[in-house]
Design a binder for this molecule. Structure first.
Ligand code: PMP
Length: 286
């Protein structure tokens, strides 16, 4: 079934939606994006996603295409037009269309594209059973804090994982895990300490990561924000990833080694429940 998508001011059937061949998103990956999840037809944690969008735009000296209120109206209109109950809204801003030149063009209007995707975010076999990951060298650029649409390196990492019979990759730089191919990475030590890498240019500041750390704090869990190696993760008692569309997803094996008994961990399942409950509560309030 054809979706209604949004392109630069117009709501169109997806077949009719067009972007210029001169768009710098197409030519240079000169653009940034955000993905907000949708539960019961409502946006989850959207304020955080819009705040991060502004940060990405400002790091790249890119103009803001619309106010937050306008963006949110478009997101909600797409959810309604496409009847999305569970899934996501994707949003992309590029520097716009101009003659091909490495230097940023001046006075060009940014492009704004948005679309929805249906996805079963609450109940999936992977959420129930956990996923297998492998360590893959992190060959991405050094500004992973910017949510750039230049995503070929994580695509390659994910394909390497699939070729090895795993579900996803944990990216490794200088002997330490940076993050997942499209998620933040967490482990729980034998002593019950929740460990995830500290923020910096090396990783994306996940909106779900932040929410989960807050929930963990409320549960009086001990938290350490520091790098960890694949070896430490293999010996952990639990492992999981976080992202807007996977929430808290258990990791049950790393490089073929089962984590503990090879089943989703207790704390992981608890944090997933708490995150979903908080998301559902926010939907009720909206
Ligand atoms: N790191 C990377 C590299 C990602 O692509 C994503 C998801 N887009 C995340 C972390 C998780 O961020 P969020 O929780 O905001 O979806």
């Amino acid at each position: 079934m054809s979706r209604i998508v949004y392109v630069n001011g117009a709501y169109l059937p997806e077949e009719q939606a067009k972007i210029s061949v001169f768009d710098r998103g197409f030519l240079f990956a000169d653009g940034v994006y955000e993905v907000s999840s949708v539960l019961c037809g409502k946006l989850i944690d959207n304020e955080g996603h819009l705040a991060r969008l502004h940060r990405s735009l400002s790091e790249l000296d890119m103009a803001t295409p619309a106010s937050d209120a306008e963006i949110e109206t478009i997101q909600k209109t797409l959810i309604a037009k496409n009847g999305v109950d569970q899934g996501l809204v994707y949003l992309q801003v590029t520097r716009g269309a101009a003659d091909r030149d490495f230097a940023y063009p001046q006075g060009v209007a940014p492009s704004l594209v948005m679309f929805t995707q249906n996805k079963n975010v609450i109940d999936s076999p992977q959420a129930r059973n956990g996923i297998a990951v492998i360590g893959v060298e992190d060959i991405r650029w050094r500004r992973r804090d910017i949510k750039s649409v230049g995503l070929l390196a994580p695509c390659m990492a994910k394909m390497q994982a699939k070729a090895a019979g795993a579900d996803d990759a944990w990216l490794v730089e200088d002997g330490y895990v940076t993050e997942g191919s499209s998620s933040n990475a967490f482990i729980v030590s034998a002593e019950g300490v929740l460990i995830t890498r500290q923020l910096g240019n090396e990783i994306l500041a996940g909106i779900t990561r932040k929410a989960v750390l807050k929930l963990a704090q409320e549960q009086q869990l001990e938290i350490e924000q520091r790098p960890f190696s694949i070896e430490e993760a293999c010996n952990a008692s639990e492992a999981f990833i976080t992202s807007a569309t996977t929430f808290v997803m258990p990791v049950v094996s790393i490089d073929g080694n089962p984590i503990a008994d090879g089943k989703p961990g207790r704390l992981t399942r608890r944090l997933r429940e708490l995150y979903i409950q908080a998301a559902l509560d926010s939907v009720d309030e909206a």
